[in-house]
Design a binder for this molecule. Structure first.
Ligand SMILES: Nc1nc2c(ncn2[C@@H]2O[C@H](COP(=O)(O)OP(=O)(O)OP(=O)(O)O)[C@@H](O)[C@H]2O)c(=O)[nH]1
Ligand SMILES: [Mg+2]
Length: 198
């Protein structure tokens, strides 16, 4: 990857779905069953190696409660990846995924919204009172640009590392595609200029 290996990853989703818990599990490998709602945003860095390449993930954990909207949205800009999070035992948080995606794209002002690397996390898979079936979540992901889906548990450390690693892989693959695309564009432009000169 030719760009800097510092990657900004933004965690979004309804209040209480477990964004802070996922970040803390991933970065410190700890879980707090009494965590407080986030106010505004917080971030933590973590160095990881994916397929032999080193990255620093700068993970931005945002406040999901509606009243903190104006505090979180200024931090979406410059994000390399967005983890759309819901809780498998909270159907409303799943229904709100579309709203989160829209909010992110609006405030992050990304260059290519159709190809932005979102990853979807269905958290709290350890809970038995599930309200969202895997197939339902998969269908939403398919309809929203074939997004990858991971069912996670911050509590039991299920799929947390896998999901963050997958986010990095998705990003790297996408950048490689974009870089390949850019070199084609440059070639085409060069040819166009040549022909217009002639
Ligand atoms: N059983 C279970 N509980 C979880 C899991 N992840 C988080 N929780 C609990 O869910 C509650 C909310 O978790 P948070 O991580 O604070 O949620 P949040 O998404 O950061 O919420 P906001 O900061 O308000 O946006 C806490 O009591 C956590 O302990 C999980 O995977 N399984
Ligand atoms: Mg939080």
């Amino acid at each position: 990857m030719s760009k800097s290996s510092l990657l900004k990853v933004v965690l979004l989703g309804d209040g209480g779905v477990g964004k802070s818990s996922l970040m803390n599990r991933f970065v410190t490998d700890k879980f707090d069953s009494q965590s407080f709602h986030t106010i505004g945003v917080e971030f933590l860095n973590k160095d990881i190696v994916v397929d032999g390449e080193g990255f620093t993930l700068q993970i931005w954990d945002t406040a999901g409660q509606e009243r903190f909207k104006s505090l979180r949205t200024p931090f979406y800009r410059g994000a390399d990846c967005c983890l759309l999070t819901f809780a498998l035992n909270d159907v409303q948080s799943f229904k709100n995924l579309g709203m989160w995606k829209k909010e992110f794209l609006y405030y992050a002002d990304v260059r290519d919204p159709d190809n932005f690397p979102f990853v979807v996390l269905g958290n709290k898979c350890d809970m038995e009172d599930r309200e969202v079936a895997t197939e339902q979540a998969e269908a939403w992901c398919r309809e929203n640009g074939d997004l990858p889906l991971y069912e996670t548990s911050a509590k039991d450390a299920i799929n947390v590392d896998t999901a963050f690693t997958a986010a990095v892989r998705r990003l790297v693959r996408l950048e490689e595609r974009v870089e390949a695309g850019y070199s084609n564009t440059v070639d085409l432009n060069a040819q166009a200029k040549q022909s217009s000169c002639c």
